[in-house]
Design a protein around this ligand. Structure first.
Ligand code: ADE
Ligand code: ZN
Length: 336
């Protein structure tokens, strides 16, 4: 099963590039940029990754991201992630980045976007991995700050296809960002939002109705609201679920408690993703494997989850068909 899950062609639709910063690269960039880290060893960093909730994680995640300074740093971060994708047959990815985490430290948004974009382009040319970039606003900051960020990003408009909403969910409802999302859509950008990770089902309704999102990131708390489940099934709104993240951030106590396969069974368009792979114990392959180990994920379910992700990607119908064809070909020929 491990070989099958690793070989399965996959798409990733919910991954924060800053969350793919492995401790080894964090040390290397700290050295390169003369930044003092509050750790002496990689083991010390990993030992600190013992989170009680989302905020515990975010505090360390923002601290870690401070080592990212130059265009080369953002390139190296993105390239390391793409190399992981290559080893696990992730053939399409739509990563998030958090510009405000960097502009707040005086780093130009162009430095961030150019470094990421260059690596994504090399990923297409050298690794055959297609990609689209998504710019996320930090919801613990003001809507005005998000609007300023969107404006700063406009010279790089051709490098991203959507905007998203992440960071501390509780107390920061989607409604707070309605105007900046209106503006983004008027520019032709698609929208997504984290909702129903720690926040209530009401935030999922708001993301759908007020932000008009094309996908919900996480969304696992939809299970508390039957009318919402009915709508998500009817509209086939994709949910980008992150199993290892949810267990590490204690949304569920253990993988065997996770509701993801129940949601799939109910007819929701569920996809599997890694969220912050360097912090939560694994990339796409490890997330699929954890579902097999904790919830007895079958091959047929894994194929369906992968199909859902290709269907939910922000690409043309032709590109979707080409991705699905690679999955079909794998399914027809896999022997082991
Ligand atoms: N930023 C990075 N990972 C996140 C998550 N799981 N929830 C909210 N914001 C995030
Ligand atoms: Zn996330």
């Amino acid at each position: 099963m491990e070989h099958f899950l690793n070989s399965l062609p996959k798409a990733e639709l919910h991954m924060h590039l800053e969350g793919s910063l492995e401790p080894e690269l964090m040390f290397e960039l700290a050295r390169r940029n003369n930044i003092e880290l509050p750790y002496d060893t990689v083991d010390q960093i990993r030992a600190a990754y013992n989170f009680g909730n989302l905020q515990d994680f975010l505090d360390l995640y923002y601290q870690g991201a401070a080592v990212l300074q130059t265009e080369q740093d953002f390139y190296d971060l993105t390239w390391a992630y793409l190399k992981q994708c290559e080893t696990q047959n992730v053939i399409h990815t739509e990563p998030f980045f958090d510009p405000q985490t960097h502009t707040a430290r005086g780093i130009d948004i162009g430095t961030v976007i150019r470094g990421i974009d260059q690596a994504l382009q090399h990923g297409r040319e050298q690794l055959g991995i297609s990609s689209r970039l998504i710019l996320c606003f930090l919801r613990h900051l003001s809507e005005d700050d998000a609007a300023l960020t969107l404006e700063q990003a406009l010279p790089y408009r051709q490098h991203f296809v959507a905007v998203g909403l992440d960071s501390s969910e509780a107390g920061h409802p989607p409604a707070k960002f309605q105007r900046v999302f209106d503006k983004a859509r008027s520019l032709g950008l698609l929208t997504v939002a984290h909702a129903g990770e720690e926040g209530p089902p009401e935030y999922i309704w708001q993301a759908l109705d007020l932000l008009q999102v094309a996908r919900i990131d996480h969304g696992v708390r939809a299970s508390e609201d039957p009318a919402l489940i009915e709508r998500l099934v009817r509209e086939q709104t994709p949910l980008t679920v992150c199993p290892l993240s949810n267990v590490r951030l204690r949304v569920f106590d253990k993988m065997s408690d996770h509701n993801v396969l129940e949601l799939l069974q109910q007819g929701l368009r569920i996809t599997i993703n890694s969220d912050d792979p360097a912090y939560f114990g694994g990339y796409m392959g490890e997330n699929f494997l954890a579902l097999h180990q904790g919830l007895s994920l079958t091959r047929a379910q894994a194929i369906q989850l992968s199909r859902n992700a290709f269907d939910s990607a922000f690409v043309s119908d032709d590109e979707k068909a080409a991705l699905q064809a690679r999955l079909d070909n794998f399914v027809a020929h896999y022997r082991k």
